[in-house]
Write a protein that binds this ligand. Structure first.
Ligand SMILES: Nc1ncnc2c1ncn2[C@@H]1O[C@H](COP(=O)(O)OP(=O)(O)OP(=O)(O)O)[C@@H](O)[C@H]1O
Ligand code: SF4
Ligand SMILES: [Mg+2]
Length: 358
């Protein structure tokens, strides 16, 4: 069994434990997105950015999967590629059991309605020359939803009220709204076509803390009411802990740990997760007292990722094997996946370098 197959099997097994009959709504298997780097007069390809380099996960209906990791680790690229806003380099994406990986733009149209995105910077993603009502109604026009303009207007008005905007704001332009209100417009637009999956790419990162809480609560209420499934990308672990059911941690184009949020925050099994959590000042979910782990060095370039385990250049537990052999993401304990050689003989908690390791 190759590494990708064993990872996919581990993820299936881990999911089957908590929801035996539930088919995943979205299944992503060994997804890769490599951006070519062009050089010279004739734009020859001189290398690649390995932005996403073999990522597998599932989204279960009605859940929120948080996706965290340092800047540049490939979170947004995962989000955009699973929605097919970027064409994958390799791997498979299946929506409710149907493989959508190779569908072209036309064939994707019926699936587009089911997959939507909310962006970090609502101002940049809203057309300044359109009114808020036109922005929210645009997807209805494009997809031919509603028989008449009045029907579409009624739908837009109900979306406005659902996200906490007033009907009299339908005719205002984006610059007339506050940051939080603009994100509400973005959410209303994402909801217009009654999607099943919403990818939120740092949807609250640009907002004040008090407004962040309002938007997070709105997203959680909408999930309960409409049965939405979220892939929630963020770098703020407190926000991720609040909104997510499960969390995936990314490092340099790969998922290194994936489990339910309480396991992740209590017993991180990957040294990178341990370091990330050690920088969070409070531990809401009763985590053990954490030792402070200071990572050495910067994140390596995704153009030339380190050999073996991508994390070995910064890992306090790295040993010789880590430089040559990439660890597969596999189930270490029930439903808790990690990609680290430390757990090869069974879970090692607290994390420690093998006594006989060079
Ligand atoms: N269109 C592109 N062409 C070339 N490289 C790209 C492109 N888009 C992203 N990248 C590179 O891919 C890597 C991953 O980028 P990505 O935006 O997915 O990271 P991220 O985890 O979302 O980071 P951040 O937290 O800063 O938003 C980065 O090195 C980035 O420079
Ligand atoms: S495989 Fe080795 S380098 Fe990678 S996280 Fe585990 S101990 Fe660290
Ligand atoms: Mg990003």
């Amino acid at each position: 069994m190759n590494q990708a197959t064993s990872t996919a099997t581990a993820i299936r097994n881990a999911s089957a434990r908590s929801a035996p009959s539930a088919r995943p709504l979205l299944q992503v298997t060994d997804l890769k997105k490599h951006f070519p780097i062009y050089k010279g007069l004739f734009s020859q390809i001189s290398g690649h950015v390995y932005a996403v380099d073999g990522v597998s996960f599932e989204l279960r209906r009605g859940e929120t999967l948080g996706l965290v990791g340092e800047s540049g680790c490939g979170k947004s690229t995962v989000g955009r590629t699973v929605l097919k806003l970027l064409e994958p380099t390799a791997g498979r994406i299946a929506l409710d059991g149907e493989d959508i990986t190779d569908l072209d733009a036309h064939a994707m149209l019926p699936y587009r309605q089911r997959l939507q995105m909310i962006y970090q910077d609502p101002y940049a993603s809203l057309n300044p020359r359109m009114t808020a009502g036109e922005i929210v109604g645009e997807p209805l026009v494009i997809h031919g939803v509603g028989d008449t303009a009045n029907e579409r207007l009624a739908r837009v008005a109900s979306l406005f009220s659902r996200v906490g905007l007033r009907p009299d704001q339908l005719h205002n332009y984006p610059h007339e709204f506050s940051g939080g209100q603009r994100q509400r417009i973005g959410i209303a637009r994402a909801l217009a076509l009654s999607p099943e999956i919403i990818v939120g790419d740092e949807p609250v990162s640009a907002l004040d803390v008090s407004i962040q809480a309002q938007i997070i609560n709105l997203l959680m209420d909408l999930q309960d009411e409409l049965g939405l499934t979220y892939l929630f990308i963020a770098h703020d672990l407190a926000v991720v802990e609040h909104i997510s059911h499960r969390v995936a941690v990314m490092y340099l184009g790969r998922i290194v740990e994936l489990t339910d949020k309480s396991s992740l925050f209590r017993y991180p099994l990957h040294p990178y997760t341990e370091a990330l959590l050690s920088a969070v000042p409070t531990a809401k979910s009763g985590a053990r007292t954490r030792k402070r782990v200071i990572l050495k060095g910067d994140v390596p370039s995704p153009i030339r990722p380190p050999s073996g385990c991508h994390f070995h250049t910064r890992c306090p537990y790295a040993h010789r094997r880590c430089q040559v052999e990439a660890p597969a993401l596999r189930e270490v304990t029930g439903g808790h996946l990690a990609a680290c050689h430390l757990h090869d003989g069974g879970p090692k908690v607290p994390l420690a370098k093998p006594a006989d390791a060079a």
